[in-house]
Design a protein around this ligand. Structure first.
Ligand code: HEM
Ligand SMILES: *[C@@H]1O[C@H](CO)[C@@H](O)[C@H](O)[C@H]1NC(C)=O
Ligand SMILES: *[C@@H]1O[C@H](CO)[C@@H](O)[C@H](O)[C@H]1NC(C)=O
Ligand SMILES: *[C@@H]1O[C@H](CO)[C@@H](O)[C@H](O)[C@H]1NC(C)=O
Length: 559
């Protein structure tokens, strides 16, 4: 594939003279629309070659019919729960491995079989990598850090960052997370005092955003953004704008075609402008934090022996270090952590407060556990994990139902054979227990769909039932066949699995601990309020029919 791609690129590079001729003969129209059209035609040719190869190499799979050439793009833009339900129907109809129509005539393979998934994750970053268009987009926002790297480069980068996320490091950070919770509590108590009312409607999503930013700032970078003290942060605002500036079909097509047609990078659209601002803002913050940290340590990086994220990164970025890091990579890593840790964690805490508002009895049960187990003190990290089973159940039930990332896609960069737990029937009517996948084939992992699959989780799969986690031995057998943290795909698995998982879990638990002990929550418009998930960069909960990404809840103090 890279070979074909570079051929096309060579042709494109040689296009300026063509353009000159065209200008003279005035037949070449270089408007963005026409460029897109030409791009589309070349892509179809390119895909045809790829498809012919894949057709002969790939096991012929069943799957839903293609409805139109733009089917993939429409899917890509919709990203709705409707698509989740559709995927579930397809799994029921075609089995846990099937094909989906991809972009402009290509194919994707959907993997939802446990054995196939563990095989796939064992080959992540080597055989299965992020698609070129995705990496290019990531590079524009976070640079060539963890989210972008593959193979040996990825392994090296993970090694540098990993100690900052060890259990002992997270244990040390737990007090930071409790502090974030208490800052919210103090701020809300001031609001109650000012209003002299015993009930307030508060946009909790705004506060979980602040919790998330301040926690990663202090815990990761020894820097207090002060969002919980009321500081206005450009980065939060820019990220939120992604929810209002929906990509046009043009933006989505250019996004996907960019790697093949770099000229598209020059065509501005509202989303690329936001992307640029996000990169600028995160780069600026990271540079400031590095400067401040170095100043605090007299510029002597090597002398400083801490295991904080920023400490490790800067040590690794030091010229004397052999890790191969440079300062640009340090900044990339910081941006990746900011982006990876911000929306995912705040959306999860928001969802917890929403579901607990929908189920007052479960909220009361959680509060009872927190108050009776720790009447007067806060748990330390080990207790947070082992002494509060209902809190643990609530958190994992939300991570199951509302995973911040609902799908991942990769591309095979070499031919592979994927083994299956359950044999499937191919389009030729043959029964097989493994499938061949040709280089260039796209693979989709339906994270959210797997997490809520009725065939695996039972008839209450779509409901908020924390109780299912109380006896983990009682999880359905089909669920336990899935590898990954608690048999969920929420943090995925393999070499790319979320490095911030322990960080996120400790933060979520500590903040929910403080909030639920001190406040009660109800949906502003009653338990029947329709909540939808709306994509900003990641999906966020919001009230159906309302603008932006707000989540107003009725809050009272616990007496
Ligand atoms: C509920 C919270 C979180 C969830 C559900 C979550 C989920 C994920 C998922 C699914 C991935 C894999 C993405 C992919 O490769 O396609 C990932 C990667 C990553 N996450 Fe998280 N994340 C969470 C919180 C955090 C936090 C708090 C941090 C940092 C402090 C973080 C940092 C990262 C980084 C750096 C990666 C890239 C890892 C790699 O590619 O090797 N995440 N996360
Ligand atoms: C990201 O922002 C920095 C600082 O503004 C800039 O130097 C860098 O070129 C930007 N990266 C991209 C890919 O635009
Ligand atoms: C945790 O904190 C203790 C005491 O402050 C320190 O000695 C230890 O090195 C820290 N561990 C990590 C992994 O940061
Ligand atoms: C509220 O938080 C404080 C800590 O600031 C805690 O001591 C107290 O027990 C909490 N209130 C209730 C009603 O539990």
């Amino acid at each position: 594939m890279p070979h074909i791609q570079s051929l096309i690129r060579v042709r494109l590079v040689s296009s300026p003279p063509v353009q000159n001729h065209a200008a003279m003969g005035n037949t070449f129209d270089s408007s963005p629309t026409s460029l897109l059209l030409y791009a589309g035609i070349v892509l179809v040719l390119y895909r045809t070659i790829l498809r012919l190869r894949q057709k002969t190499m790939n096991t012929p799979l069943n799957g839903p019919p293609r409805r139109s050439l733009l089917w993939h793009i429409q899917n890509f833009m919709a990203r709705s729960t409707k698509l989740l339900d559709l995927s579930e129907l397809w799994i029921a109809e075609y089995g846990p491995v099937f094909r989906l129509p991809g972009l402009l005539g290509s194919q994707k393979i959907m993997l939802a079989d446990p054995k196939a998934l563990s095989h796939y994750y064992s080959k992540e970053t080597t055989t299965y990598v992020k698609a070129t268009y995705l990496r290019l987009a990531l590079e524009k926002i976070v640079g060539r850090g963890l989210l972008w790297a593959e193979g040996g480069d990825h392994k090296r980068q993970r090694r540098v960052v990993a100690p900052a996320f060890s259990n002992s490091a997270i244990r040390n950070l737990t007090s930071v997370f409790f502090d974030s919770g208490y800052k919210v509590k103090t701020a809300w108590e001031a609001l109650f005092q000012d209003s002299e009312s015993d009930e307030l409607v508060i946009d909790v999503q705004d506060w979980t955003n602040r919790v998330s930013l301040d926690s990663i700032g202090i815990a990761g970078f020894s820097h207090d953004f002060g969002a919980l003290r009321g500081n206005h942060l450009a980065i939060a605002e820019i990220i939120e704008s992604f929810s209002t500036v929906r990509p046009s079909i043009f933006a989505v097509i250019s996004f996907i075609l960019e790697p093949i047609f770099p000229v598209l990078r020059k065509v501005p659209n509202a989303r690329s402008e936001l992307t640029r601002r996000l990169n600028d803002s995160m780069t600026e913050i990271s540079q400031e934090m590095i400067a401040r940290y170095q100043k605090a340590n007299d510029g002597d990086n090597a002398k400083h022996q801490d295991n904080s994220i920023i400490g490790l990164l800067i040590k690794a970025g030091d010229a004397a270090s052999s890790s191969g890091f440079d300062m640009e990579e340090v900044i990339s890593q910081m941006k990746a952590l900011l982006l990876g840790g911000y929306e995912s964690t705040s959306a999860t805490i928001t969802w917890i407060l929403i579901e607990l508002s929908r189920y007052p009895d479960k909220q009361a049960k959680l509060r009872e556990e927190l108050l009776s187990t720790f009447p007067a003190s806060d748990p330390i990290w080990d207790q947070l994990n082992s002494d509060l089973p209902y809190l643990d159940a609530v958190v994992h039930e939300i991570l199951r139902l509302w995973p911040p990332l609902d799908e991942t896609w990769r591309v095979a960069v070499e031919d592979d054979v994927i083994p299956l737990s359950t044999p499937i029937t191919t389009a030729d009517g043959e029964e097989v227990d493994r499938i061949s996948v040709a280089k260039g084939t796209q693979i989709t992992i339906p994270i959210a769909c797997m997490n809520r699959l009725e065939a695996n989780w039972g008839p209450d799969a779509k409901e908020f039932v924390p109780e299912r986690w109380l006896d983990e031995a009682g999880l359905p057998k089909k669920v336990t066949e899935i590898q990954g943290h608690r048999h969920l795909l929420t943090f995925i698995d393999g070499p790319r699995k979320c490095i911030g998982r322990g960080f996120a879990l400790a933060e979520i638990k500590a903040v929910v601990f403080v909030l639920i002990r001190n406040f009660t929550f109800e949906l502003r418009d009653g338990p029947g309020t329709k909540i939808i998930s709306r994509a900003s960069i990641l999906p966020r909960p919001t009230v159906a029919g309302e603008e932006g990404c707000k989540m107003p809840l009725r809050v009272r103090r616990v007496n």
